[in-house]
Design a protein around this ligand. Structure first.
Ligand SMILES: [Zn+2]
Ligand SMILES: [Zn+2]
Ligand SMILES: [Zn+2]
Length: 274
């Protein structure tokens, strides 16, 4: 399993257009980018590639990181930064299944799969394949399991991607706060590599109208607002899940420049072999 982080930023990315904050300026100096979220997982046994989330930056990501075109796609949820790149399939891909959860979201009255089907009904290149959470399915020779995570008000799914031949395991938290239920944690547990959503340091909770949540024993918030983990929360999740290795993803430009490029904070183009 060869894993390439195509996009490691939040919805505005780093650098954020026309922002002159220290973090965006530092990213430009370092020549690094955190574009909108997407992960490319190549199966070296079958030669197939699975894309997790379709970043609006997909075209430039595929050009920059020289990865094969995807043979299948999994979509975690319907936010712009994870879905709206799917239109790139037009005249680029052919007969690509797009896997997504089949549970009805009370917020939209549709499942993620139904929303994708409705939004991209004109795209002949893709076929939406609804799948039930906790039920493993085959994609590109991998065993993939969607699990509900916590990203109110929308439903969102984390996932485990396992190679049944080699035992390699990649887990993704999806966009989520720290309060991921036990049954989902059990599926994500003990990966070789974890990508965990950490958007800002816990101290930034004071800038969020909803503050923070899920404090640890020292009172450090592991959730920022209601939708995402703090940096500390994402690190705590990696520890809880006993990940061999982890990277923080979905990082924002609000992370102070002196902290934003620490060792465990992903940048676009990082590649891992599991
Ligand atoms: Zn900035
Ligand atoms: Zn989201
Ligand atoms: Zn997102």
């Amino acid at each position: 399993m060869e894993v390439t982080l195509l996009g490691t930023g939040d919805t505005t990315g780093t650098p954020t257009p026309s922002c002159d904050c220290d973090t965006c300026e530092r990213a430009i100096e370092l020549g690094v980018e955190r574009s909108r979220f997407s992960v490319h997982v190549h199966n070296e046994r079958t030669g197939e590639s699975l894309l997790v989330d379709a970043s609006p930056d997909l075209r430039s990501q595929l050009l920059t990181h020289e990865v094969p075109l995807p043979d299948a796609v999994v979509i975690t949820h319907i936010h712009f930064d994870h879905l709206d790149g799917l239109g790139n399939a037009y005249r680029l891909l052919e007969d690509v299944p797009v896997f997504a959860a089949d549970e009805t979201d009370p917020e939209t009255g549709q499942s993620v799969a139904e929303t994708i089907d409705e939004k991209y009904h004109y795209l002949d290149a893709i076929t939406v394949e609804p799948r039930s959470p906790f039920e493993p399915f085959d994609a590109c020779g991998f065993e993939v399991t969607l699990v509900p995570v916590e990203h109110p008000p929308l439903v969102c799914y984390g996932l485990a991607i396992e190679d049944p031949d080699t035992g390699a395991k990649l887990s993704l938290s999806g966009d989520s706060n720290y309060g991921i239920r036990d049954r989902s944690r059990e599926v994500l547990a003990e990966p070789e590599l974890l990508f965990a959503d950490g958007i800002v340091p816990a101290k930034h909770a004071r800038y969020h109208p909803r503050g923070g949540d899920h404090p640890d024993a020292e009172g450090t918030y592991r959730t920022f607002g209601t939708k995402h983990m703090t940096i500390e929360g994402a690190r705590a999740l990696a520890d809880d899940l006993e990940a061999d290795e982890y990277r923080l993803v979905h990082l924002s430009h609000y992370i102070p420049a002196e902290e934003a490029f620490e060792e465990d904070m992903a940048i676009d183009g990082e590649r891992f072999r599991l």
